[in-house]
Design a protein around this ligand. Structure first.
Ligand code: SF4
Length: 91
């Protein structure tokens, strides 16, 4: 069975410069919709991005401190995502 691409509702804001917007999860689209984006910045440089380390695997696990936090993958974050409007530069 093939997976069907679901179009996001029209009220969701997707910044034109977002990296692969078709692959962004709802939790990140919600951040853009609520707070806008910060052009030229990614979550990597935001002080709200929590680095949870490797977790025994080869890649790092990140979470956004402004989101509901769980230990599961549903709240994992990507450092390469275009920053939202709540971006705060790391000191
Ligand atoms: S830029 Fe926005 S979404 Fe990214 S880590 Fe910071 S607060 Fe979270």
């Amino acid at each position: 069975m093939s997976q069907q691409q679901i179009e996001p509702p029209a009220w969701i804001v997707i910044p034109p410069s977002a990296y692969r917007p078709e692959s962004l999860p709802k939790r990140m689209l919600d951040m853009y919709t609520l707070f806008g984006s910060t052009e030229g910045k990614t979550c990597r440089r935001c002080k709200n991005l929590l680095d949870n380390g490797h977790g025994g695997h080869s890649h790092r696990y990140y979470k956004c401190d402004l989101q509901r936090l769980t230990n599961g993958p549903a709240t994992d974050w990507r450092a390469r995502w275009l920053a939202c409007g709540k971006f705060e530069d790391k000191p």
